[in-house]
Design a protein around this ligand. Structure first.
Ligand SMILES: NC(=O)c1ccc[n+]([C@@H]2O[C@H](COP(=O)([O-])OP(=O)(O)OC[C@H]3O[C@@H](n4cnc5c(N)ncnc54)[C@H](OP(=O)(O)O)[C@@H]3O)[C@@H](O)[C@H]2O)c1
Length: 390
């Protein structure tokens, strides 16, 4: 029987890779709903190809623009806004949600899918960063499985497979280090958005590309791993591995380390999440070791990349702090992309926001959503101050 998918964020980097897998294996997958923000041209072409029952966009005007691009006999119902995203995520005909929106917008649809008992292929790491305890608790209660799409978490998931949990020593998350890993810090103030968007090994959406260049992406991944695998922070380590061949590793108490390796292409991790436990014949070659030559590793430098340290600190503080970290980061990255602040101001905006926050421990969902709103306002204030200095 075909697996029926709801794909949120279908026009993005993960979404389009996922649809290319659906295209490769039409006998295995069917698309039930698609959702994007406002890229109606790409969404309309996806609707024409995959004929979902439901398509969702951000607002009414995007919905009108989308409808205008569809044939008059299109069977796809078009709707918009938060209720639409949640309806798509929890669609009665879907077996699984691919959560591939970017940012905090992914949280409520993911919760709606879990509430409706849908398994989740999780790309949107912000969901677990903001509300990991609530999301994982609800998934356990509803018997919902969450399969990681992030390549690092997919690697860890694979390295944990068949092992006893009590034998686990450490999760070792690898990071390419992004485009500035060897650039002198004295030049950081010259970094423009177009430099930061040029990732050396991965092709990704804008926000995650900037997060990779500041190493915030690794911080968000540490938080994600902490919740997804139920492993305490002191057992999670980050190591810079510029070749992006080893996607992460797990060490065990007998000194053995299990690693997962593949070429840096998200299709592998996406396909594994969609088809677990089966491995699909993707015709992706394994890494060409004779050509790679050397695999190197180094410790991350928290002075040069303070965002990683901020993420560790937010995780240690717990409660609402990771949601505040995430929101402040989203605001700072958006401001950097608009050239309102400099590259080094990203961590300063986040730091200022974290410093002002009074943590609520064991937060309920309304506490997390309130912290997210509060942090956006504070971070925007900080952006205004830094903007005047630029
Ligand atoms: N790309 C990767 O290789 C990769 C790897 C691991 C994890 N992830 C995670 O996967 C998620 C998606 O990343 P991406 O690189 O695919 O991002 P992306 O290319 O920027 O795509 C984002 C998708 O989300 C939609 N979207 C953006 N804002 C939205 C909003 N407020 N409401 C509803 N939809 C919205 C976009 O629609 P429009 O196109 O209409 O704007 C697009 O479909 C992120 O959480 C990222 O951290 C990505």
């Amino acid at each position: 029987m075909k697996k029926r998918l709801s794909i949120l964020g279908s026009t993005g980097s993960i979404g389009t890779n996922a649809l290319s897998i659906v295209r490769m294996f039409p006998e295995r997958f069917q698309v039930v709903s698609l959702a994007a923000k406002k890229n109606v041209d790409r969404l309309a072409s996806q609707i024409r190809e995959f004929s979902p029952e439901l398509a969702v966009v951000y607002d009414g005007s995007a919905a009108e623009a989308l409808k205008a691009r569809l044939p008059s006999d299109s069977r796809t119902r078009v709707t918009w806004g938060e209720p639409g995203y949640q309806a798509a995520a929890a669609h009665e005909k879907a077996d699984m949600l691919l959560a591939a929106m970017v940012g905090a917008a992914g949280l409520m649809p993911a919760l709606a899918a879990i509430e409706a008992g849908k398994d989740i292929a999780l790309a949107n790491k912000e969901t677990l960063v903001m509300a990991g305890q609530i999301v994982m608790g609800l998934a356990r209660k509803k018997g919902v499985r969450i399969f990681p799409v992030d390549s690092e978490h997919s690697a860890i998931f694979q390295c944990l497979s068949g092992q006893r949990r009590q034998d686990l020593e450490k999760i070792i998350i690898t990071a390419s280090g992004g485009p500035f890993i060897h650039r002198p810090m004295a030049e950081f103030h010259t970094i423009r958005p177009e430099d930061a968007l040029k990732h050396p090994t991965w092709a990704m959406g804008k926000k995650i590309s900037i997060d990779s260049s500041t190493l915030m992406n690794k911080g968000l991944e540490v938080l994600e791993a902490h919740h997804l695998f139920g492993v305490s922070m002191d057992r999670i380590e980050v190591v810079i591995h510029p070749q992006s061949v080893i996607h992460s590793m797990v060490s065990y108490r007998d000194g053995a380390v299990i690693a997962q390796l593949s070429v840096p292409d998200m299709k592998g991790a996406i396909a594994y999440a969609l088809s677990y436990p089966e491995r699909l014949p993707l015709s992706q070659p394994p890494p060409a070791f004779d050509r790679i030559g050397t695999l190197s590793f180094e410790k991350p430098d928290l002075k040069r990349f303070p965002c990683l340290g901020l993420a560790f600190a937010a995780c240690k503080a717990g409660g609402t702090m990771p949601a505040v970290l995430n929101a402040a980061n989203e605001v700072a990255v958006a401001a950097f992309l608009k050239e309102e602040i400099g590259f080094m101001d990203i961590s300063r905006v986040i730091q200022e926001t974290l410093d002002k926050h009074r943590v609520t421990l064991n937060p309920a969902l309304p506490d997390i959503l309130a912290a997210d709103r509060w942090a956006r306002t504070r971070a925007e204030e900080a952006v205004r101050v830094f903007r005047q200095r630029i």
